[in-house]
Design a protein around this ligand. Structure first.
Ligand code: GDP
Ligand code: GDP
Length: 437
């Protein structure tokens, strides 16, 4: 499904990250580090009434340098207006309307996209009265919330997800063609990679012009393979104004991940993997996308016998627990292993489609279970009788057993490792469920 994105904008301390955390399916700890930039509060996936969407906390992208502060918030709001499907504009009843609130309100009034004004910290009846002041900002959709207690969030979410309709499913004609998104920090070599591919190949089928798309899809036919590359780099160049805005590239990356089957994550070999790379990596995994990691600019690394092996080991440590991922050392500039990278991505695409026959699955997995039994819980042995692969888009397996709630992470990991070592799921997140038989 094409990504549906909700952005929370507003000045600092109104409670954006409090709401953000509330909306996420998994609450994440916010680490209040010295710099004031907390990585994990930037984006996540929320679910409401069976509909899922991306939530972006624009506050997570604002750095605390006073001179550029107000300008930055305005910039975030502008990007959110361009990129998000729905905007939540948050204000704080305890401070009343500030000049910056009025500024942002004036900006947001220009968009045709739905804007929900959320008056936060409406914790009690007194504040309910005070909150009425904010109607003067003139937003049709106004909600009073207490993000801390959660009161009012249900109504807000109902309103937000009413914009997610079934026909948002991307009705693309090339449904069976593998889609590979090229993602990575600025300057890792994304454009160079695309240019190298264009240079090597005269058979680009078409630039698929997207009317509603914000990413560029280009269809290739090379090495006897048909595939689509989703490019976020080129677009960044088109919109020079926002070129160095981290928020802008992140929101584009999230969209590209949503549209892709496989994410090709480029790293700069000299810099290594960054926190932002890891966030995108785990987002891709949680969305069930395939992943290939390219360690680019490998030409710049001084090498001895074990350099690649050691590098890979260290990198896999960072990617854990999902470390069964192809890692390719490339030099786009020297055209080294570019074909291999594309091949790896297409292999991952195939792995993601893999369906293991039930008989074969049971033969292998029951043997593995026999070799290493699940633990005994309260004197009762857990018995797994039967395994089946579920008919889902990305590989998922159900293990039928007597005490499904009592199988814990270590044994789950054992089963996943067994699946991975017996069937090739390299680069693919695998889901495992335990069900009552
Ligand atoms: P952000 O900078 O906009 O992301 O704001 P935060 O989420 O970090 O919140 C700023 C402060 O407001 C924190 O101390 C929160 O605990 C507090 N806060 C957030 N929501 C509420 C609320 O609904 N009621 C009250 N009383 N305080 C809140
Ligand atoms: P993007 O921002 O990710 O699209 O990165 P670019 O493709 O614009 O590349 C940024 C810079 O890195 C350019 O100067 C490239 O020439 C350089 N570059 C890209 N790939 C490689 C590589 O494999 N090796 C080296 N040494 N430089 C590279």
């Amino acid at each position: 499904m094409a990504g549906f994105t909700v952005a929370i904008v507003g000045r600092p301390n109104v409670g954006k990250s409090t709401l953000f955390n509330r909306l996420l399916e998994q609450r994440r700890a916010i680490v209040d580090d010295q710099s004031g930039v907390t990585r994990d509060r930037q984006y996540g996936i929320a679910d409401w009434n069976g509909k899922s969407f991306n939530v972006i906390d624009t506050g997570g992208f604002v750095t605390n340098s006073d001179d550029v502060f107000e300008r930055e918030i305005r910039k975030q709001a502008k990007v959110a207006m361009d990129e998000a499907n729905v905007l939540i504009f948050m204000v704080d009843v305890s401070t009343g309307i500030t000049d910056l609130d009025t500024d942002v309100a004036n900006l947001l009034r220009r968009t045709s996209k739905p804007v929900y004004l959320v008056v936060n910290k409406v914790d009690n009846a007194q504040r309910q009265l005070e909150a009425n002041e904010f109607y003067s900002l003139g937003f049709e959709n106004t909600f009073f919330l207490s993000s801390m207690s959660g009161s009012g969030t249900g109504e807000l979410l109902d309103a937000v997800v009413s914009h997610i309709t079934d026909d948002m499913e991307d009705p693309s004609l090339e449904a069976d063609v593998p889609k590979i998104a090229i993602i990575g920090q600025p300057n890792v070599g994304k454009s160079s990679l695309l240019n190298a591919l264009v240079g090597a190949d005269r058979n680009i089928v078409s630039d698929i012009a997207g009317t509603t798309r914000d990413t560029i899809h280009t269809r290739y036919n090379m090495y006897q393979k048909d595939f689509i590359l989703i490019d976020t780099a080129g677009i960044r160049r088109k919109q020079k104004v926002n070129e160095d805005l981290e928020f802008y590239s992140v929101i584009r990356a999230i969209k590209a991940v949503d549209e892709a089957d496989v994410v090709m994550l480029l790293l700069d070999a000299e810099k290594g993997i960054t926190a932002q790379d890891l966030s995108i990596f785990s987002l891709a995994a949680r969305k069930g996308k395939g992943v290939v990691v390219l360690v680019n600019k490998w030409d710049l690394v001084e090498k001895s016998t074990n350099t690649a092996r050691d590098y890979e080991k260290e990198l896999k440590g960072r990617l854990a627990p999902f470390s069964d991922v192809p890692i390719i050392f490339t030099s786009v500039i020297e055209k080294q292993r570019i074909f291999k990278a594309i091949e790896a991505a297409l292999d991952v695409y195939e792995n993601r489609l893999r369906r293991v026959q039930t008989a074969r699955l049971n033969e292998v997995m029951l043997k593995a279970i026999e070799a290493y039994h699940p633990p005994v819980v309260r004197g009762v042995p857990i018995r797994i009788k039967y395994v089946t692969q579920l008919p889902t888009h990305t590989p998922a397996f159900a293990f039928f057993c007597n005490l499904p709630d009592d199988v814990k992470a270590p044994y789950r990991n054992y089963l996943e490792n067994q699946l991975r070592s017996n069937f090739n799921f390299s680069g693919v997140p695998v889901k495992i469920f335990f069900r009552k038989k």
